[in-house]
Design a binder for this molecule. Structure first.
Ligand code: 5GP
Ligand code: MG
Length: 181
């Protein structure tokens, strides 16, 4: 089995590049079908860092005029509140009344997605759709429907194709799963 070692951990290939690309073909076809008659310009919001590679491959297959923007959701301790405050960084476009498609690398517990959804909803878009390459159904605790899924995977740690282990591995064209020690 093809393996890769990143720092102290070894990973085995679990989702090869050709399968990733084939699943993106199917996912993109569904998005194209849903938006082909749309008279507006939908906006893809890619969530950095992990979704950069998936976003590039996905939008090349999109057949309608669209905008693409890259955003981050940063979490910081409020100076007066005790809880975490989440702030959207990098969203310069007005999304009021528009169709928004969130592009995620992976939905795990769904915590990131629900915070993002709440922040974007405050800006009054017409609709928010969610596209993710990977989804861990056994870990998901959210309630937000995930409209477009490339592949559902077991609740294991993966790297590659945009996803990192301790900052490295994002450049790998295939996806690898941690081999348990
Ligand atoms: P959630 O908030 O849904 O639990 O997780 C969201 C983020 O955690 C993802 O966008 C991703 O950055 C990170 N994450 C979740 N599962 C994995 C994984 O298996 N591997 C890596 N590298 N990151 C993950
Ligand atoms: Mg992500």
């Amino acid at each position: 089995m093809k393996q890769v070692t990143l720092k102290d951990k070894t990973f085995g290939i679990s989702y090869p590049e050709n399968e990733i690309q084939a699943d993106i073909d199917v996912l993109a076809s569904k998005i194209n079908w849903d938006f082909h008659a749309s008279e507006e310009t939908p906006i893809f919001l890619s969530i950095l860092n992990g979704a950069f590679m998936f976003t590039a491959d996905l939008v090349k297959r999109v057949s309608f005029p669209c905008q693409i923007s890259f955003i981050k959701l940063s979490s910081y301790k409020g100076t007066k509140s005790t809880g975490n405050v989440n702030e959207l960084i990098g969203l310069n476009e007005n999304i009021e009344g528009r169709s928004v498609i969130i592009v995620e690398d992976i939905v795990d517990t769904g915590i990131t997605l629900s915070k993002l959804f709440a922040e974007l909803s405050k800006l009054n878009p017409k609709v928010i759709k969610v596209a993710t390459l990977l989804y861990k159904p056994d870990a998901y605790k959210g309630t937000i429907p995930i409209d477009y899924i490339g592949k559902s995977i077991p609740n294991e740690f993966i790297v590659g194709y945009g996803l990192d282990y301790d900052g490295i591995g994002r450049n790998l064209p295939d996806i690898y799963t941690l081999i348990s020690e």
